[in-house]
Design a binder for this molecule. Sequence first.
Ligand code: HEM
Length: 166
Amino acid sequence: MEFELHPDLKPLEFLLGTWKGAGVGDYPTIEAFNFGQEVSFTHIGKPYLIYASRSWLIEQDGSVGRPLATETGYWRPQPDNQLEVTLAHPTGIVEIYVGNVAFNRIEMQTDVVARTQTAKEVTAGTRMYGLLPEKDGARDLGWVYEMAAMGEPLQVHLSAQLKKAG
Ligand code: HEM
């Protein structure tokens, strides 16, 4: 079903659709890795985006490996280019971000990270999403995730570059 875009979603319109690509991940407590990722942003005429991401390991030889992280949530634009994001993870973690949107670029940091009793110790995060300069007639979506976890200070866990796939 096609819905009319809610006017509040205008600053986030550039995210709409499906994006697919690859990235790199690292952290002091783990081995560095390559991953593939598919992200989708949809809407139902209401003033929020529905977000979903899934990812998978890319093996040393370039082949597709085991599934990695998945996350879902809602991106809620607010007045004055402010943004609220809720994200739920199957690892027992829920993140609430606050941030801002300007010129096809989003910056946000966690307001709250809640964890189930068995979840890994993640205490804070920041995310940046933005359209990259045009290349071959298209603009990719880049994103970077920094986290504070496992007693380590805030630092990059992931970065990826995704192409518009639909
Ligand atoms: C595309 C998204 C993500 C990918 C591909 C990814 C991938 C990975 C991989 C491959 C590891 C190494 C351990 C393992 O093989 O499972 C790892 C560790 C970890 N990830 Fe992620 N991750 C993602 C997002 C996140 C997010 C959003 C969080 C927090 C909310 C997170 C928290 C952690 C933590 C805390 C560890 C370290 C665990 C340890 O040291 O025992 N990851 N991640």
